[in-house]
Design a protein around this ligand. Sequence first.
Ligand SMILES: [Zn+2]
Length: 239
Amino acid sequence: MNPGANDPHDHPAASEHGDSSGGWLRPAVFGVSDGLVSNAALVLGVAAGGLSGSMVLLTGISGLLAGAFSMAAGEWVSVQAQREAVEREIAREREHHRRFPEQEAAHMREILVGTGLSEELAAVLVKELSRSPEENLGFHTRMELGVDPNQLDSPWVAASSSFVAFGIGALVPLVPYLLPLPGSQVAVSIGLSALATFGVGALLARFTARNPLWSGARQVLIAAMAAGVTMLIGSWLGA
Ligand SMILES: [Zn+2]
């Protein structure tokens, strides 16, 4: 969606800034990466320990759910805490507007002059804004707190998207245990996990401005070390 494409007021460089996905891509890629690495290490560890295919599947599904719930709970708590802090600030600002409207108007005139407007124009703007209290409060929170009171992050959206992202990543090493694929289940699980890990690493390069091939290879190396340790321990303890 690019509603500003033909809008003469839209700054031409605006679309070139940062993450054009609207901010969901980064947490999604990290969630998939977490699920992939942690469940590949878990699944390959118990498989190396000699568990049957159905036991590996049961372990992998448990690992998927445990990890996804844990990620979602952590995400919910963190976004909710952030939201409560912002809401407390907005409530404080609202109270201030009710008790000291003159002081708030003077403060906003100062802020506007600080952005380069003339005293006269700042006074006109502040006067216009004060006609609708809710709009005025929204303008103050955007200018002073950098947040739009009508667009606070939802803890439920954050929790459910990290649950889904982790689940997708954690599902990859389980594919040969869910579908009848040719070849050894462990080998197919390793192959699919390595491929997906490479893909995730290459995508992560978008946020670090690194070479995607190098980033993908590094990600595979990290995952291989994690899975290598669990496979060693699995085959050592044995089933
Ligand atoms: Zn204010």
